[in-house]
Design a protein around this ligand. Structure first.
Ligand SMILES: NC(=O)c1ccc[n+]([C@@H]2O[C@H](COP(=O)([O-])OP(=O)(O)OC[C@H]3O[C@@H](n4cnc5c(N)ncnc54)[C@H](OP(=O)(O)O)[C@@H]3O)[C@@H](O)[C@H]2O)c1
Length: 209
């Protein structure tokens, strides 16, 4: 069942983007209050992860290519904002901002182009949830750095039915609602994909019919 009070469009954001963020942080990550979470870019998975992390008492580091989108992250409660275009060494910056400790969880949606910086950013024994392929599907992994960090790099594909039930119960308790950037009609499907391709969105793009 969808969470009480959710529209169909809001519910449609849960089965992939939302559930993936939930599994990364809660099921695989075992997030605790006081943990730190790094979210990359401002797509559907990352924005949901920021909202969940804040609802669970974590400190959030958010990156984006757009300062306007970073302002939107700030409004959602993100604590530290980094423009990854202006600061290509954002992993080092995260470490500096954490006094050298690094973050407990990384929501890794970029893939090969971002993983080296994510490994820089993660804490010793931290967790990198390997979710996305926004920068490509294959590449080099700095294995020695990953080993020295003793970090856990875990791939995941969405989540189970029972994860989703737990997630829905959590949403009913914490009141988190997804961020829907724009809703298109079904007949505007191509425009919706063009809009996604433009990268202008913050959070989810929906179709209503
Ligand atoms: N494993 C799974 O089960 C699972 C589930 C859902 C999604 N995914 C995958 O996860 C990725 C993200 O999905 P999504 O739905 O959140 O995508 P999305 O909404 O299309 O995200 C696009 C955003 O990603 C950010 N981005 C692009 N290149 C980046 C880079 N080099 N560094 C940091 N951020 C970058 C940009 O944010 P800014 O504009 O703020 O820069 C862009 O607006 C995709 O590859 C998707 O296929 C996997």
């Amino acid at each position: 069942h969808q969470p009480k009070g959710y529209s169909h469009a809001e519910s449609a954001t849960l089965t992939t983007a939302g559930l993936t963020a939930w599994r990364a942080l809660v099921v695989d990550g075992g997030i605790k209050p006081g943990n730190s979470v790094l979210v990359l870019g401002s797509g559907g998975v990352s924005v949901f992860a920021c909202q969940l992390a804040k609802s669970l008492g974590a400190t959030v580091f958010a990156t984006s290519s757009s300062n306007d989108k970073l302002e939107k992250y700030k409004a959602l409660g993100a604590d530290h904002l980094i423009n990854y275009k202006e600061d290509p060494e954002w992993g080092k910056t995260v470490r500096k901002l954490t006094d050298g400790r690094g973050v407990d969880h990384v929501i890794e949606v970029g893939g090969p182009g971002t993983l080296p910086q994510s490994i820089n950013a993660v804490a010793i024994a931290g967790h990198i949830a390997l979710i996305g392929v926004l920068t490509g599907s294959a590449g080099e992994v700095p294995t020695a750095k990953l080993m020295a960090k003793q970090a856990r790099l875990q791939g995941l594909i969405v989540g189970s039915c029972s994860d989703q039930r737990d997630f829905v119960r959590a949403l009913e308790a914490n009141g988190v609602k997804p961020v829907i950037d724009k809703t298109f009609g079904l007949e505007e499907l191509a425009d919706a994909f063009r809009y996604e391709e433009s990268g202008k969105h913050f959070g989810k793009i929906c179709l209503a019919f």
